[in-house]
Design a protein around this ligand. Sequence first.
Ligand SMILES: NC(=O)c1ccc[n+]([C@@H]2O[C@H](COP(=O)([O-])OP(=O)(O)OC[C@H]3O[C@@H](n4cnc5c(N)ncnc54)[C@H](OP(=O)(O)O)[C@@H]3O)[C@@H](O)[C@H]2O)c1
Length: 198
Amino acid sequence: MKISIIYAQHAPTGAIGYAGQEAMPWHIPEDFKYFKDKTMGKPMVMGYNTFKSLPRLLPGRFHYVLTRSEELHAKAMENGVQFVSSIQQAADLAKKNGHEELMVIGGAEVIKAALPLANIVYRSKVEGECFFDEERSLVYAPQPPALESTHGFEIVSSEKSPLYILNKTSKKPACHSAIHGLTFEVYLKKPVSDTAAV
Ligand SMILES: NC(=O)c1ccc[n+]([C@@H]2O[C@H](COP(=O)([O-])OP(=O)(O)OC[C@H]3O[C@@H](n4cnc5c(N)ncnc54)[C@H](OP(=O)(O)O)[C@@H]3O)[C@@H](O)[C@H]2O)c1
């Protein structure tokens, strides 16, 4: 079973969102499309906060939701959602259901827990200035130096999306007018022998 992590990250700060059950701080149509392309038809695992922050279930994808709540664990699977207690449990269930890849879609707590298990990281690098809401706390995911040195990944592709301005499309005040770059990066876990040699 292949485990892939996918997240969009504001490169200057490393932020990926606000702490808790909060919606994404930006609205980037190109990134939503990339996310959809990478996840469609595949099972996803996400933290309970991320699950609660979704406006609705994402069609065409099974939702495994990580929680430590025993009450939720006891709930039966329904409408394409199942509560699980570990990423490994989600991977085992996905494999049993005939899938070859599990997509870890966040948030920050879950990304950190998944890094030792993951084979691939899809990172959308968001560049520019974000006017984050100072009243709320941000959550952060590892940046490339840590992905490489601490977690043993290496970058295998980097594709820049055409430049765009978000003023017209973004309804979110948090990160609106100054985003000027989006790059889709792919990292692969280095074989253990390579990592040991470093
Ligand atoms: N930029 C991106 O690509 C991206 C992607 C996804 C989410 N986000 C953003 O990230 C933010 C949420 O991130 P977050 O770090 O606060 O929360 P999160 O990772 O989505 O969820 C955390 C919750 O998941 C459960 N959990 C996490 N690790 C677990 C483990 N190892 N075992 C069992 N349960 C576990 C716990 O739920 P219980 O409390 O129920 O036990 C925990 O409170 C939101 O703002 C969201 O919009 C951004």
